[in-house]
Design a binder for this molecule. Structure first.
Ligand code: ADP
Ligand code: GLC
Length: 488
């Protein structure tokens, strides 16, 4: 390997401490993989109210964080290491900003002061690096929450961090951090960055847009999404801006933490199993059926869904066809929370089709694992999907994904081809109820009438490997590129 790098990895959520989605999984696994490659990695995140302080070590001293017109604010610091690793993770504590139950919202309503909260966090990261005497070669920021980091490194904190190259990863273009322009004052970088080429969007400040402009390199979480976001359909208004920066844009598919998500090691499931013997999977299926009070039958195809109830995830498509599908011999279980109409609608379906459809509204790591292991098929008909993790977790469990041909779903799932005996899932193109319905029918038919092909596909799926070690190597290349650009 080339010279090891000092990498400051900055994220608003990190799995096992605070998680609302896949960003947290990435922020746990990628730093570990980078560290295993030999890099020196430090992770920083906010200390949300829900993170138990008694399990962390309090770091002596306080951080001063300059916040422009708000003056200098103070933050506390806690420390621990990532689970099963020696990578340091630091927590920025500020009672007023992070001492509340939600990460970004309260019951779906974004906090009014999100701009202040996350600019404060982004700035505190620099104060922290000074406090712990960490000199980053790379500062790796993620999504809109920390998208001001590249600008801060190049302007406000250039004196101490001018040698650090910045990388911004885009996990989801739907959320860009758009706020009143007065937010610029908090950055203390003047008004020069407030132009249509950087932070300005129709007289508002757009943090993600500015981050893309100032980062030395930008990555997103699949190859297909990297070009999709340069089109009007997926760019959420930033397509031209991203296209203008395409020369420094890289698509790197997320990986799977196989210690966490594999049927061989998973401690949360009824029985462990592997591609050699799928017997244990049947026990997992029985346990899942029991958990959801469904009829305990081996021969009925069981379809699982785990995910946010958001338009992105195709929940409207599912809602449209669910009753058509339930007209067949099938069982469906759903785990998720989000849009209230969807929670209500699927609960209503559960009350009508109790013997074959069940739902758990809420968040449960345990149940997510049980669904991955116990289902035969996994439903993920997303309208867009930057990468998606559940479909690759499903592969690991031999649970065949039904996906739409978009973003990371397209990159990671090869469509079933009965003639060639190839593929690991069922893929459709059009975001229409009929296309989804027909694909589910194709999957159910394969399960019931072409068992041999189905089992062969399960085994192929389980042999796929989406290692974080491979992804980390690609990030390593991006880091070198970012450093070179900075030095030019
Ligand atoms: P996104 O980040 O867009 O939500 P991903 O597929 O990348 O989608 O990651 C979602 C992650 O969140 C997965 O680890 C998934 O298991 C988890 N997850 C989503 N909803 C729930 C839920 N209700 N309960 C448990 N885990 C969930
Ligand atoms: C986002 C995306 C998801 C991706 C995750 C982690 O939340 O919606 O597709 O897998 O980030 O990168």
């Amino acid at each position: 390997m080339n010279r090891p790098l000092n990498i400051l990895f900055v994220a608003s959520e990190v799995a096992s401490f605070a998680k609302t989605g896949g960003l947290a999984d990435v922020a746990l696994s990628l730093p570990k993989a980078l560290s295993e490659m030999g890099h020196n990695v430090v992770v920083v995140m906010p200390r949300y109210y829900a993170i138990d302080k008694s399990k962390l070590t309090h770091v002596e001293g306080v951080l001063g964080v300059p916040m422009g017109v708000m003056g200098e604010l103070w933050a506390g610091v806690y420390h621990t290491t990532l689970p099963k690793s020696s990578v340091s993770v630091y927590f920025i504590e500020h009672e007023e900003f992070f001492g509340r139950s939600g990460l970004y919202d309260h019951e779906g309503r974004a906090y009014d002061d999100n701009a202040v909260r996350f600019i404060f966090f982004s700035k505190a990261v620099f104060s922290l690096a000074k406090m712990i005497d960490f000199h980053p070669d790379i500062i790796h920021a993620n999504d809109w929450h920390t998208a001001v980091v590249p600008l801060l490194a190049k302007r406000r904190f250039v004196h101490d961090f001018g040698d650090a190259a910045t990388v911004l990863t885009l996990h989801n273009l739907e959320h860009q951090g758009v706020f009143h322009k007065s937010v610029m004052e908090l950055l203390e970088c003047g008004w020069e960055p407030f132009t249509p080429e950087a932070f300005e969007s129709m007289d508002f400040v757009n943090l993600l847009k500015g981050g893309i402009a100032y980062a030395d390199a930008v990555t997103t979480v699949s190859k297909r999404y990297a070009w999709e976001i340069q089109t009007p359909e997926f760019g959420f208004g930033l397509q031209q801006h991203i296209n203008a920066h395409a020369h420094k844009l890289f698509g790197i598919v997320n990986g799977v933490d196989y210690m966490e998500w594999s049927p061989e090691h998973d401690k949360r499931i009824a029985a462990n199993y592997s591609a050699e013997t799928l017997d244990g999977k049947l026990l997992c299926k029985k346990e899942l059926q029991k958990h959801f009070h469904l009829e305990q039958r081996d021969d009925v195809p069981l379809v699982g869904f785990v995910g946010r109830f958001a338009k992105q995830k195709g929940i409207e498509l599912i809602a449209e066809i669910i009753e058509w599908v339930l007209g067949h011999d099938v069982q469906i279980v759903m785990l998720g929370a989000g849009e209230k109409w969807a929670e209500g609608y699927f609960r209503h379906i559960a009350s009508r089709y109790g013997s074959k459809f069940a739902i758990h509204v809420g968040y449960s790591d345990d149940l997510a694992h049980k669904i991955e292991a116990g289902s035969d098929l996994f439903l993920m008909p997303s309208l867009f999907e930057p990468c998606g993790l559940n479909q690759i977790y499903s592969l690991s469990y031999g649970t065949l994904p039904i996906v739409r041909k978009t973003g990371g779903l397209d990159d990671t799932i090869e469509n079933f081809n009965a003639l060639a005996n190839s593929g690991v899932g069922f893929k459709f193109e059009d975001a229409t109820p009929h296309a989804l319905y027909n694909t589910i029918m194709w999957a159910l038919d394969t399960y019931t009438n072409n068992k041999e092909a189905f089992v062969a596909m399960q085994k192929r799926a389980m042999q796929q490997h989406f290692g974080w070690d491979d992804a980390a190597k690609e990030y390593d290349v991006v880091y070198r590129y970012a450093l070179e650009r900075l030095q030019k």
